[in-house]
Design a protein around this ligand. Structure first.
Ligand code: ADP
Ligand code: NA
Length: 324
């Protein structure tokens, strides 16, 4: 059995990129592995947050985990700030990291572009992420492609500390899917779909209604060639839509090309609206049920206790190695 760890930030707008890149792997992995799924609220305060909203979104995302099929009797589900080990280990890792390697993180470079000064939390965020992972002796981290560089840093830190202080951490591997690992924005298929993009039509959120899904897909940016052919370089828009179609329907890209041979974008998009809507409908229904039940708080409390038990063992080992 492998230990699996992953997390999602508690912001609104959890979108189909988050789902197809990361969240659906959570469900797939929970039967044959020891899975730990976290709502990483301390990552969210790297940028300003409204405290009330943050607390609400934490419960929203916990409910969403369960709505997509995460089963708290099989996986540990908990909130990051309920387990002090994350912040504690983060500091220890900070002291084994270099400003040079953190400055090379593309996500930080993007977010701080053109600014003379950036929030320190934004700069050291990948270290907190490494702590999240290493705290649980994690073997596998199911995430989207955009996290590749952060996983690499986490591995570097683990290896560096193991070499210097003796065997301390399990060195984890990222788990990236072939289809869906990088879903692009619908209005601009050259940048990734994100929670924070200003245009709401750039993404489809898991709880969007049919009319919003329709609007976003029908207005999505494609090209003028008009043939349904997968070519990420030349035809990023339609290729992204095919990727979404494939992930939700299970049809391969080749099957989709065959099915829509001779069809126009309009017909394809109309079908994609349906495919997406049908895939999200059961999630939405379960979400409403779970979000309003008292179970949610109990599940998170129970999850935090279990996570604490594991993390305390790791921290005892870390302290012993470092002489703390
Ligand atoms: P975001 O990047 O949307 O702000 P998070 O940082 O909470 O969200 O990421 C949650 C998970 O979703 C991560 O595993 C991340 O790799 C994945 N993810 C985020 N955006 C995309 C995307 N456009 N395509 C595929 N996976 C994504
Ligand atoms: Na991300």
């Amino acid at each position: 059995m492998k230990r699996v760890f992953s997390g999602v930030q508690p912001t609104g707008n959890i979108h189909i990129g988050n789902y197809l890149g990361a969240l659906r792997q959570f469900v797939e992995l929970q039967n044959d592995n020891e899975c730990i799924y976290c709502i990483v609220d301390m990552h969210s305060i790297t940028v300003p947050q409204d405290p009330k909203e943050l607390r609400k979104h934490t419960l929203d995302v916990a409910a969403l985990y369960m709505a997509i099929g995460v089963d708290p009797s099989k996986a540990i589900v908990f909130v990051q700030s309920d387990v002090p080990g994350h912040a504690e280990l983060s500091w220890v890792l900070t002291c084994s990291s270099y400003t040079g390697e953190l400055s090379r993180m593309t996500q930080f470079k993007d977010k701080s572009k053109g600014k003379e000064s950036a929030p320190t939390g934004l700069f050291s965020y990948p270290i907190l992420m490494a702590a999240d992972i290493l705290l649980y002796d994690t073997d596998l981290v199911p995430v989207g492609n955009d996290q590749k560089q952060h996983i690499e840093l986490c591995r570097d830190l683990a290896i560096r500390i193991n070499n210097k202080y003796g065997e301390t951490f399990v060195v984890p591997d990222g788990r990236f899917l072939k289809e869906g690992a990088r879903i692009m924005a619908l209005d601009d298929p050259t940048s990734k779909m994100s929670k924070s993009a200003e245009n709401p039509l750039s993404r489809i959120s898991l709880l969007d209604d049919e009319s919003k899904i329709k609007k976003a897909i029908m207005r999505s940016t494609t090209d003028s060639e008009g043939t349904i052919r997968f070519d990420v370089e030349q035809k990023p828009g339609i290729s992204n839509l095919m990727n979404i179609y494939s992930s939700f329907s299970g049809l391969s890209i080749a099957d989709i090309e065959k099915k829509y041979d001779g069809c126009g974008y309009g017909d394809f998009k109309k079908d994609l609206v349906q495919v997406t809507f049908e895939a999200l409908k059961p999630i939405k229904e379960r979400y409403e049920e779970i979000r309003n039940s008292d179970e949610l708080i109990r599940i998170l409390k129970d999850g935090a206790e279990k996570a604490n038990d594991i993390s305390e063992k790791t921290m005892a080992r870390v302290k012993e190695r470092f002489g703390l």
